[in-house]
Design a protein around this ligand. Structure first.
Ligand code: GDP
Length: 263
């Protein structure tokens, strides 16, 4: 996958910065390339990791009304055209992920973040759950920290995160409500082990007690993590199920709706 630095030059060169952007995150294998292709073309195509696009221009399907257009008359000609937005892909694993996290707040016109997960790898005892919870924990913490961060970060006011529980066509997939529960309880564990790690390493024992507190996701002192704890930091988190490929399943309707409500 191509590093984030390239994104910016692509935006500059094509003048696409003005389009509202949706950031697509998620562990590798969750279906980001497939979703990107679907949203761009409106059809499925075999995914080729080597050719994965980095930012694609997408359009809402005709007949879907963007939130910003809801007061227009049905006969307004602007309603007859597609509402465009950019979907930005990010490297999903390893070293590159750190890079992606730092750049979370970079797109100027960021309207939301889609965090794609593979609902078929979410059952307890599966490495996929821990890996996904780890990544999601870090993403939410970066967003939470923008409240205490520099000016550029603060400019990004409310943030909406959609946890898109993918692969609902598979019978091994957990339903969205269970994906939510599993992630919440796994993030609870991630949070606990991270703070224990800090204590063990001696970080946070000295003067910088505040810094330690800043690395705690969600409500301070809470024993269980809940996504609703992010609201205090102007971050709304929703979970919705869907599937990019496969004949039977709910499809991507709920995700389209979520996107349209943010444009
Ligand atoms: P990425 O690494 O996040 O970009 O994931 P890909 O888009 O490459 O998808 C990983 C694999 O999951 C591919 O084999 C896809 O065909 C498959 N996949 C993606 N979405 C779905 C889905 O909704 N259902 C099923 N059954 N497979 C999917």
């Amino acid at each position: 996958t191509i590093p984030i630095a390239l994104h910016r030059s692509v935006f500059k060169a094509s003048g696409l910065t003005v389009l509202p952007s949706i950031l697509l995150l998620g562990p590798s294998g969750s279906g980001k390339t497939a979703l990107l292709t679907l949203f761009e073309r409106g059809t499925n195509a075999a995914t080729h990791t080597s050719q994965s696009p980095i930012a694609v221009e997408c359009s809402l399907p005709v007949g879907t009304t963007a939130a910003s257009d809801k007061y227009r008359s049905t006969y307004d000609p602007t309603n007859q055209t597609h509402k465009k937005f950019l979907l930005i892909d990010t490297p999903g694993h390893g070293k590159l992920r750190h890079h992606a996290l730092q750049n979370i707040t970079n797109p100027k016109n960021l309207k939301g973040i889609i965090f794609l997960v593979d609902a078929a790898t979410m059952s307890a005892g599966n490495g996929g759950l821990r890996q996904t919870a780890d990544y999601l924990h870090d993403v939410l913490l970066v967003l939470q920290k923008r409240m205490t961060g520099g000016k550029a970060m603060k400019a990004l006011k409310e943030v909406s995160v959609l946890i898109a529980a993918n692969k609902m066509d598979l019978f091994t997939a957990l339903p969205a409500a269970l994906v939510k529960k599993s992630l919440e309880s796994e993030i609870t564990k991630v949070r606990a082990s991270r703070s224990k790690g800090l204590l063990d390493s001696g970080i946070g024992m000295g003067e910088d007690v505040d810094d330690d507190k800043d690395d705690w996701l969600g409500e301070t002192g809470s024993s269980e993590f809940k996504f609703s704890q992010m609201e205090e930091f102007d971050i709304t988190v929703e979970v919705a199920g869907g599937n990019v490929t496969g004949g039977d399943g709910p499809g991507v309707d709920k995700w389209w709706k979520w996107v349209s409500e943010r444009l």
